[in-house]
Design a protein around this ligand. Structure first.
Ligand SMILES: *Cc1c(COP(=O)(O)O)cnc(C)c1O
Length: 364
């Protein structure tokens, strides 16, 4: 029998490192969101005068503030870290020619966002990410390749750390928390990168040695154990969403019969009204707060108003049934999660019901 005393913080980090086939892991409740984990990973590994490169176009909205693409107090830019970005080609492929031009003496870290996030682009497979990393390292052997792994965990059979990523970073209230983790984030990768991040999270010289677990370790273990099954339910739900809304004539990314590389389903509605009704339907199917009507509002870190449908057991959790949409063209909803397939299916049915009742969608 396994003693629950084995469910300690060191063991949790060993389990994460083992699963991600990495040297080390930092898995802490003190990493308070995905954005925070990414900030810690970046600022722990970059120094003044270094350059950060995104070879995959714009990073996630909140990172614009972190990097200083949008003027923000305390950004990497304020600390003398410069930034370059290479856009994707029209078919969402990597622009190798311009990536080659962008990598220079100062390039210290390359950040690759696996998931589409809030952009209507394709999500990269781990295999594609591996090819990109190999290319970058062929030009600069010691450049640090970091993958923003949010929403991608356990969708492919392998993780980016298995194809050359020096660091993979994500949030525990998305996939790897399995719906149970109440907070937290993770950074896995080489011992050097993880140690550098830990010195930033706590203090130089202290690093991974400090930090209370606040009694949530068992939950983090159990959530990680459930995560692949929960991710499978979410994927099934997303596929159903795509199947239904494609039939109604809306463009879905990915389409219902495409390979999936994250749990997000983008549905392009093309109008604010449709987006709002859809989100209302998702909210009505939530296990918690189903009586609430979501409304658009400003969100720190996002440039447009955002509407969010979520009635989650864990506040802010997006491995639970949820949908978000920035209120701007092309009026695209990003649906994700569902702890069980039946609850995800109810989400599809309620969204459809709301659209039908409002007369915006006709069912023949
Ligand atoms: C959610 C997400 C983040 C930010 O995570 P938060 O926990 O919301 O701060 C960063 N990158 C991607 C791709 C995400 O999906």
């Amino acid at each position: 029998m396994v003693s629950t005393q084995l469910l300690d913080a060191d063991t949790l980090e060993k389990v994460f490192a083992d699963v991600f086939k990495a040297e080390a892991a930092l898995v802490r409740p003190q990493l308070m969101s995905g954005t925070h984990a990414l900030t810690v990973a970046l600022s722990g590994n970059l120094r003044p005068g270094d350059e950060l490169l995104s070879p995959v176009g714009s990073p996630y909205d909140t990172l614009e503030g972190v990097i200083g693409i949008r003027e923000t107090k305390g950004s990497l830019k304020e600390y003398g870290i410069t930034y370059k970005q290479v856009e994707l080609l029209e078919n969402d492929e990597f622009d190798y020619e311009n990536i080659k031009k962008a990598i220079n003496d100062k390039t210290k870290l390359i950040t690759i966002q696996r998931s589409k996030g809030y952009l209507p682009r394709k999500t990269f497979s781990v295999k594609q990410i591996g090819e990109l990393i190999a290319f970058c390292k062929s030009l600069k052997k010691d450049v640090i390749c970091m993958v923003d792994n949010c929403y991608g965990e356990f969708v492919d059979d392998i993780e980016p750390t298995e194809v050359g990523a020096d660091m993979c970073v994500g949030s525990l209230i998305k996939n790897p928390g399995g719906g149970l983790a109440p907070t937290g984030g993770y950074i896995v990768g080489t011992k050097e990168c993880v140690d550098n991040a830990a010195y930033r999270l706590s203090a130089p010289g202290l690093g991974r040695e400090v930090g209370a677990t606040l009694g949530i370790n068992q939950t983090l273990f159990q959530g990680f154990f459930l995560s692949p099954t929960v991710v499978a339910s979410a994927l099934k739900g997303a596929t159903l969403q795509a199947g239904v809304f494609e039939k109604l004539g809306y463009k879905c990314e990915p389409s219902s019969n495409e390979d999936r590389h994250d749990i997000i389903q983008a549905i392009i509605f093309g109008s604010e009204e449709l987006v709002v009704k859809y989100c209302d339907g998702i909210q009505k199917a939530a296990p918690v707060d189903s009586y609430v009507t979501p409304v658009k509002d400003d969100m720190p870190g996002y440039d447009a108003k955002v509407i969010m449908a979520a009635g989650a057991f864990v506040q802010g959790s997006s491995i639970e049934l949820s949908a978000d949409a920035p209120i701007k063209p092309p009026y695209c909803v990003y649906y994700q999660g569902g702890l069980t397939y039946p609850s995800a299916k109810l989400g599809v049915m309620m969204a459809l019901q709301k659209l039908y009742e409002s007369g915006l969608v006709k069912l023949s």
